[in-house]
Design a protein around this ligand. Structure first.
Ligand SMILES: Nc1nc2c(ncn2[C@@H]2O[C@H](COP(=O)(O)OP(=O)(O)OP(=O)(O)O)[C@@H](O)[C@H]2O)c(=O)[nH]1
Ligand SMILES: [Mg+2]
Length: 336
């Protein structure tokens, strides 16, 4: 007698597999429900002499469907490769995931991300310190400030907005266009002392957001200028970094902004990139926590607070699309 187990999402499907592989004479020995996976049916059949000799798996011909389905670890490994995650980080993630009890590849990936990264979304409410969005030119700082203002306005929360981007032509006008619509007063400041005064004006405001000019992380003058603003008052610099950069470039940029005090990173343009290896490497190598993610130019669609699960969903959109109950990520409002 040979015993064989079959896994399937439903009992009906499992029985169909039993009949297909073992034929109508198969005897059902046991059935078991497996949480989050479906059912497992163990079936037996009397062996035919001709089939047993010299075959380790006489009943498993080339037509045999894979009863266990693809291994979640293999699927996650493929996802990490696809995202171009650098080899050492890839290995660290896979080692972590190997110790995670996960029912499907997305849960396994989320478990791995949870073990390797820190997640600290920006507060949707009172912030202990004013937040200054910093980063390289064009990273999405101003749009992020606009999205955070919109989130606060939607929740009817008071928010203070300050722009320090007064040198570049159009730097403040861009933000002014958003704040005008939201009926918020934008304060523009030209130097660190003026920033300290502007923050005094907003003392007691629940959340104060400061936009900054794009800085070249490799320019000493740029980074000194930024540092001068950051020491003017007790401000938290939050790095804004777009997806889709070269991984080593992203790491070096993140390290430069960490040196001026950034401890968390808000990632943008997730909709414009297919490979997120660079942002994973940047967070890991620079020791930054993930804050929120931006995957749209629309202010109203806002930001997604990053958690291990929301990041895993961004990394495996195809898996999200095939799950039976779609779980859309909330784009604005309270944290997931
Ligand atoms: N598709 C997409 N575009 C984005 C996203 N975030 C920002 N952008 C676009 O990127 C461009 C630059 O955004 P800004 O907010 O002006 O970037 P910045 O960092 O303030 O730029 P500078 O002030 O010049 O340093 C704009 O065209 C934005 O609409 C995003 O998540 N997805
Ligand atoms: Mg800007």
């Amino acid at each position: 007698m040979r015993l064989k187990s079959f896994h399937a999402p439903t009992m009906h499907e499992a029985m169909r597999l039993v009949r297909e592989v073992l034929g109508d004479d198969a005897i059902i020995v046991a059935t078991r429900e497996e949480e989050g996976v479906g059912v497992r049916v163990t079936a037996a059949i009397e062996e035919d002499e001709g089939l047993t000799s010299g075959h380790a798996m006489p009943l498993a011909g080339p037509r045999l469907p894979e009863p266990l389905g693809p291994d979640p670890l293999d699927q996650v490994s493929e996802v990490l490769m696809r995202h171009g995650v650098p080899a050492d980080l890839n290995q660290q993630l896979m080692d972590t995931i190997a110790g995670v009890e996960a029912r499907d590849p997305m849960a396994a990936l989320a478990g791995g991300l949870d073990g390797v990264f820190a997640f600290q979304p920006l507060p949707d409410g009172r912030s202990p310190r004013p937040i200054m969005l910093v980063g390289p030119p064009g990273a999405g700082k101003t749009l992020t400030v606009a999205k955070l203002c919109a989130r606060a306005a939607l929740a009817k929360r008071p928010v203070g907005v300050i722009s320090t981007d007064t040198i570049r032509a159009g730097g403040t006008e861009q933000l002014q266009a958003f704040t005008r619509v939201l009926k918020l007063r934008l304060i523009t400041v030209e130097d660190p002392m003026a920033l300290a005064d502007a923050l005094e004006v907003h003392r007691g405001t629940e959340q104060v957001l400061v936009d900054s000019a794009g800085r070249n992380p490799y320019s000493e003058a740029d980074m000194k200028d930024l540092r001068d603003f950051l020491v003017a008052a007790d401000i938290e610099p939050v790095l804004v970094l777009p997806a889709g950069l070269d991984a080593m470039e992203a790491v070096e940029m993140a390290q430069a902004f960490r040196q001026v005090g950034a401890r968390r990173m808000l990632v943008t343009r997730l909709d414009m990139a297919r490979r997120y290896g660079s942002i994973l490497a940047a967070a890991h190598d620079a020791g930054l926590a993930f804050a929120d993610a931006s995957a749209t130019t629309k202010v109203a669609d806002g930001l997604t607070p990053l958690t291990p699960m929301t990041l895993a969903r961004f990394m495996m959109p195809e898996h999200e699309a095939t799950t039976q109950q779609p779980r859309r990520t909330k784009q604005t409002g309270t944290h997931a």
